[in-house]
Design a protein around this ligand. Structure first.
Ligand SMILES: C[S@@+](CC[C@H](N)C(=O)[O-])C[C@H]1O[C@@H](n2cnc3c(N)ncnc32)[C@H](O)[C@@H]1O
Length: 327
């Protein structure tokens, strides 16, 4: 992977998005999506602006898709998405940071044997940065699925996957409504945090709030467990306060009934804007024949990703935990 390839691709994608932003007066993220679509199809839909098309054709010549690696394309797209989301007020629209995606990829490789073909699902896939970052780390055959309610982000996710030549089946829907999807072996998801406004839909879930709005992150956990095979694994990015909220007892009770809590790993606070927005990685296994709770839950607090010796130390401890648990 070449840093200059990533930088040059980012620069061109950014210029294309800015051009569309100016000419079509669209927000940057929507313009980026259209730019990626142009790169993939050579067309820009709903537009007869020949001047724009000519300028895009000229600019896009600087990107030689065939000579780029999947990770170079993903990282360049990620940089443009990050630019587009700068100052985003809605926290749930944020892209999953690379460091977190890489760490989740490492955990997946520990949990799933490389020779096994798997079905993988991200029900809050956003731009598909987390999903494709994990897919790019896996060596086995993976049938992958992603869903998001946001029309721009799901289109962005589709173009992101297409340009990386990664096959993903995307659903554009509220992920708390039913899916036409057979259960999967593994769910990975950076969950949207907050209240879920649809009380009628929330009523379908054991984890609905007894009073008032339900927490969407709780309902996402239940929905994900519903679409996971028995004994399958789930890896979520969750707020640190998950087990301290007013509905935490209900969540505990539900998890105790349906899953094993395999681990809870606190991410470095330095990668989040504030202590209250800091997150952890929750590892679950859906109960199934022969599954049992780990002898000891994996509890860890990650140091700054920049502190290599401390990071190596904690990874050695985590590797040791997997060995002792026989996973
Ligand atoms: C933290 S972001 C995920 C970022 C993603 N992992 C990435 O790398 O780009 C959470 C996502 O949940 C989506 N979301 C929120 N509520 C949803 C719902 N009810 N159904 C489906 N997606 C939802 C948001 O649109 C957002 O893209």
């Amino acid at each position: 992977m070449e840093q200059t390839n990533i930088e040059n691709t980012f620069k061109t994608l950014d210029e294309m998005a800015e051009l569309i932003e100016q000419r079509l007066e669209l927000p940057y993220i929507d313009s980026l999506t259209k730019g990626l679509e142009f790169l993939f199809t050579g067309e820009i839909l709903e537009n007869n602006n020949n001047l724009l098309i000519q300028s895009l054709e000229k600019k896009s010549k600087a990107i030689q898709l065939e000579s780029l690696e999947q990770e170079e394309i993903r990282k360049a797209i990620q940089l443009t998405v990050l630019k587009g989301m700068q100052g985003a007020t809605q926290q749930q629209h944020l892209i999953t940071p690379d460091t977190v995606s890489m760490f989740i990829g490492y955990i997946v490789q520990k949990l799933i044997k490389p020779e096994k073909t798997i079905r993988l699902f991200d029900p809050a896939c956003g731009s598909a940065n987390l999903l494709t970052a994990v897919l790019n780390q896996l060596t086995q055959k993976v049938d992958s699925y992603g869903s998001d309610v946001d029309p721009t982000l799901i289109q962005l996710a589709l173009m992101n996957a297409n340009l990386q030549k990664t096959e993903v089946e995307f659903f554009h829907q509220d992920s708390l409504s039913p899916f036409l999807l057979e259960p999967v072996d593994l769910v990975i998801s950076d969950l949207p945090v907050g209240y879920y406004p649809n009380d009628v839909q929330a009523d379908q879930f054991e984890l609905k709030a007894d009073e008032g709005y339900s927490y969407s992150h709780h309902l996402f956990i239940e929905q994900s467990i519903n679409y996971t095979k028995e004994s399958g694994f789930l890896i979520f990015v969750v707020p640190n306060f998950l087990f301290e909220s007013d509905q935490a007892d209900k969540l505990y009770g539900y998890l105790h009934k349906h899953a094993h809590i395999v681990g809870l790993i606190q991410l470095p606070e330095s990668i989040f804007k504030s202590e209250s927005s800091a997150k952890s990685i929750l590892l679950l296994q859906k109960k199934g024949p022969g599954t049992q709770a780990p002898k000891q839950t994996l509890l860890a607090k990650l140091p700054s990703f920049k502190d290599a010796p401390a990071m190596n130390n904690i990874l050695a401890k985590i590797n040791n935990w997997f060995k002792e648990e026989g996973i």
